[in-house]
Design a protein. Structure first.
Length: 313
């Protein structure tokens, strides 16, 4: 029996009481609802001919990110009580902030403003709290406000995303996964090629464009951080050539996967080649544009590989 996880998003939070409430609301209706569904599965799966000790959860993209958060739930203390196996395909993980950090807080207050609940007065002098005002709004108003906030942000991002609340989500995945604090017994992770271009600004032609984009997508990065990104993802300073022919590589070698397969089939051997890689060449982009696409793809959809790698180190 399979439990499929759906897309994931979250209201932002700040230190105010109303924002804490809306964050807890997200936890209740998103992450913990999935846990409740898995508890229901544990209680009744036998009535459908299933085995409670062999439950598998799966998801792709945002759903893969949701699977990852279930793997991490409550600090990885649940063991196999809810599920045994996890499949996460291209798990989506954008920047994950503390729930009270300035980035999610700004999104929250912008959302409140668009919903007609702008905090114009200090606490104690307003007729109601921001949260109470939001509760009183209709669904259409809240949906339009959410859309307006996300549309005003950095290209390819959303305003309301998973945050670290210290209860359900206790740490950033880069910390908790490397510490091997996870639920379940078995995990399979996969990634698709060329995932970054769907979320990356299509107007990155020079390295200056790339740096400006990095500063927007990773607002907490300082100049040293940006320099490290450029170092670890090296590429030519040349601008994108719009007439260049795009082609897929194996990621780490310039030879196309089709050509490589035929050569290996003929020679029955592993060969090494040089040339363009996924850093600067793909079927959808070249040069600095592809460099940005690749950086986004690896920082956003490859977090679970940290856990896989930690098992062998």
């Amino acid at each position: 029996m399979r439990f499929t996880v759906t897309a994931l998003s979250t209201p932002a939070s700040s230190t105010s009481t109303s924002v804490r409430l809306i964050h807890q609301l997200f936890i209740r209706v998103q992450c913990t609802d999935r846990s409740s569904a898995l508890q229901w599965v544990q209680a009744y799966i036998d009535l459908f001919g299933g085995n409670a000790s062999q439950v598998t959860i799966m998801g792709e993209s945002a759903g893969g990110g949701a699977v990852m958060l279930q793997d991490m739930a409550y600090g990885g203390t649940l063991g196999t009580s809810l599920f045994r196996n996890s499949f996460a395909s291209s798990p989506y993980l954008p920047m994950q902030y503390e729930y009270s950090a300035w980035v999610p807080s700004q999104s929250y207050y912008s959302f409140a403003s668009h919903a007609g609940c702008s905090p114009d007065w200090a606490y104690g002098n307003a007729s109601q709290t921001v949260f109470a005002c939001l509760v009183a709004q209709n669904t259409t108003t809240l949906q339009n406000a959410s859309f307006a906030v996300s549309a005003s942000g950095t290209y390819g991002t959303w305003a309301f995303l998973p945050v670290t609340d210290g209860i359900f989500v206790q740490q950033r995945p880069s910390e908790q996964l490397l510490a091997k604090k996870v639920n379940g017994a078995n995990l399979v992770v996969g990634n698709n090629a060329n995932e970054g271009y769907l979320f990356t600004s299509p107007r990155i032609a020079t390295e200056d464009d790339l740096v400006a984009w990095l500063q927007g997508v990773f607002p907490l990065f300082d100049e040293e951080d940006i320099s490290k990104v450029l170092l670890y993802y090296p590429s030519t300073n040349a601008s994108v050539d719009p007439t260049a022919a795009g082609f897929a590589t194996l990621g780490y070698t310039g030879m196309s996967s089709c050509t490589m397969w035929h050569i290996r089939r003929i020679l029955f051997t592993k060969i090494h080649t040089t040339g363009p890689t996924a850093l600067n060449e793909s079927s959808v982009a070249t040069g600095q544009q592809q460099r940005a696409d690749n950086i986004y793809a690896e920082t956003t959809f490859s977090e679970l590989f940290l856990y896989i790698r930690s098992l062998f180190t």
